[in-house]
Design a protein around this ligand. Structure first.
Ligand SMILES: Nc1nc(=O)c2c([nH]1)NC[C@@H]1CN(c3ccc(C(=O)N[C@@H](CCC(=O)O)C(=O)O)cc3)C=[N+]21
Length: 294
C-alpha cells in the first residue's frame, strides 16, 4: 500500500473533542444542544447509522431525541413527527434519515422541516443558500458528507485550489452538493460531476487529482483508472450480509488495488462515514451557538 490512509475515525475523534469543548462552553451558559433523528422503517444500514449518530451525541455531551416509526407509517405520520420535531425546544436540529419508504414523498417531507433546524442542510432554503454561497454568513448548515470531505482533506494537507476533482455520483446528500461546495470561492477546485450516464467514466476519473466516489457500486473505481498520486475518497457503502456468519460487511465503491496507486485513500469503513457524523454534530452545536449569540 502506497497511499496515505485518510483516517476518518481518527479525524472525527479529533473534531469531536474540539466540539466537546464548545459544548462545555454552551453548558456554562445553561444551554444543552440536542440532535433529533427521524427514522422510518427497518433498513439495517439506516438503523446502524442512526445509532452511530446518537453515540456521537453522547460522546460530545449533547442530548439526543430519537423518533422511530415503523415501515408501515403513512405520509401523515411522518408529517406529524416532523411537526413535533420542529416544535420540540429540546431539539436544536434534526435529520430525517433517507431514504424514506416507497410512497412517501421525500422532497415534500424535507420542505416541511424548519430550515433553522435542518442539521443535514437538505431543506430547499439551505440548499439554495449553498448555491448562493451564503451559508457561512447565515450559519446555514452545509450538507454533512460534503463538509466532512472538505474538512478531512484540509486536515491531511490536501489542498483544493486549482485541483481537478472528479465526483462520481449526483445524489442529493453527496455528489450534487459537493460540486457546489468545491467550486466555492476560497475552495476553488475545478469539478467534473459524473454519473451513471457519463460516457467513458474511466477516462474522466483518470484526469482527476482528487476522486470522490459516491454511487454505491462495489469496487467500481479500478487501480488503472486512477492517476498515480491522486487522492481517492470512497463514499459508497454497500452492505453485504455473509450467509454463513450472518454478519454484515461494508464494501466501498473503490477497488482495493487503488491503494497501490493513489497518494491518499479514505477507506470504507473508517473514512468518510465517521466524518459525516462528526459534521452533523458540528451543525447542531453551531446552530445552538448562533441562537445563544455566541
Ligand atoms: N438525511 C440523511 N442524512 C445522511 O447523512 C444520510 C442519510 N440521510 N441516509 C443515508 C446516508 C448514509 N450515511 C452514513 C453515515 C454514517 C456512516 C458511518 O458512520 N459509517 C461507518 C460504519 C458504520 C457501520 O458499521 O454501519 C464507517 O464508514 O466507518 C455511514 C453512512 C448518512 N446518510
Amino acid at each position: 500500500m502506497v497511499a496515505t490512509k485518510l483516517d476518518g475515525n481518527a479525524t472525527a475523534a479529533a473534531l469531536k473533542s474540539e466540539i466537546a469543548e464548545r459544548v462545555s462552553a454552551l453548558k456554562a451558559e445553561g444551554i444543552v444542544p440536542g440532535l433529533g433523528t427521524l427514522l422510518v422503517g427497518e433498513d439495517p444500514g439506516s438503523i446502524s447509522y442512526v445509532a452511530g449518530k446518537h453515540r456521537d451525541c453522547a460522546e460530545v455531551g449533547i442530548e439526543s431525541v430519537r423518533v422511530d416509526l415503523p415501515a408501515s407509517a403513512t405520509e401523515q405520520d411522518v408529517r406529524d413527527a416532523i411537526a413535533e420535531l420542529n416544535a420540540n425546544d429540546a431539539v436544536t436540529g434534526y435529520i430525517v434519515q433517507l431514504p424514506l419508504p416507497a410512497g412517501i414523498d421525500e422532497n415534500a417531507m424535507l420542505e416541511l422541516m424548519d430550515p433553522a433546524k435542518d442539521s443535514d442542510g437538505l431543506h430547499p432554503t439551505n440548499l439554495g443558500r449553498l448555491v448562493l454561497g451564503v451559508s457561512g454568513e447565515l450559519h446555514s448548515p452545509l450538507p454533512c458528507t460534503p463538509a466532512g470531505i472538505v474538512e478531512m482533506l484540509g486536515r491531511y494537507g490536501v489542498t483544493l485550489p486549482g485541483k481537478h476533482v472528479v465526483v462520481v455520483g449526483r445524489g442529493l446528500t453527496v455528489g450534487r452538493p459537493l460540486g457546489l461546495l468545491l467550486t466555492r470561492k476560497g475552495i476553488d477546485a475545478t469539478v467534473t460531476l459524473t454519473h451513471s450516464r457519463t460516457p467513458n467514466l474511466e477516462k474522466e476519473v483518470r484526469r482527476a487529482d482528487v476522486v470522490i466516489a459516491a454511487v454505491g457500486v462495489p469496487g467500481l473505481i479500478k487501480a488503472h483508472w486512477v492517476k498515480p498520486g491522486a487522492a481517492v475518497l470512497d463514499v459508497g457503502i454497500t452492505r453485504v450480509v455473509d450467509d454463513t456468519t450472518g454478519k454484515a460487511r461494508l464494501i466501498g465503491d473503490v477497488d482495493s488495488g487503488v491503494a497501490e496507486v493513489a497518494g491518499f485513500l479514505s477507506p470504507v469503513p473508517g473514512g468518510v462515514g465517521p466524518m459525516t457524523r462528526a459534521m452533523l454534530v458540528e451543525n447542531v452545536v453551531a446552530e445552538a451557538e448562533r441562537r445563544a449569540g455566541l
